[in-house]
Design a protein around this ligand. Structure first.
Ligand code: THU
Length: 155
């Protein structure tokens, strides 16, 4: 039997179309680009994670001369937030990327999506994911299932 899945997201043609909270999170992700350590790929990635109480934690990609030892921006931010002493729940994540000084599309890799799935499990709630589709185009995705429907589970 052939089956089809549909994914759902909201598209925004410009940054100023986002609501205030989402705009702020994307701006924080863009700010995180400054701390990117990416001498090998020269591809900067920044991420900002928002707890349910509104506080924001940032992360950026951290590379290593032994390439696989590096870490994506999303997971740097998610693990920093996961390490929160108060164990607050995470509500949203935004991703930004920059190449040759210009904002470019920023979409999470599979390993980061799998980590986001764990974030949802911990929060017992879906995660809002703000992705850059281009220099000034954004997608708001509600729930990791829309980006990785066949994620690994142990049940
Ligand atoms: N990268 C991220 O930070 N997030 C992703 O979701 C995928 C890729 C980083 C890893 C590496 O430092 C650079 O982008 C180029 O692959």
């Amino acid at each position: 039997m052939k089956k089809q899945l549909t994914i759902e997201f909201e598209e925004f043609e410009a940054l100023n179309e986002l609501c205030e909270k989402d705009y702020e999170l994307v701006m924080e992700a863009r700010q995180a680009l400054q701390s990117s350590y990416s001498p090998y790929s020269k591809f900067r990635v920044g991420s900002a994670v928002r707890f349910q109480d509104g506080e924001i934690v940032k992360g950026s990609n951290q590379e290593n001369v032994a390439y696989p030892s590096g870490m994506c921006a999303e997971r740097v931010a998610l693990f920093a937030a996961g390490n929160d002493a108060k164990q607050r729940k995470i509500a949203a994540i935004a991703i930004a990327a920059m190449k040759d000084g210009c904002f470019v599309a920023a979409k999470p890799c599979g390993a980061c999506l799998q980590t986001m799935l764990e974030t949802e499990k911990r929060a017992k709630a879906s995660l809002t994911i703000l992705i850059a589709l281009g220099e000034d185009k954004f997608a708001k995705v509600e729930g990791v299932k829309n980006l990785m429907p066949f994620a690994f589970t142990d049940f």
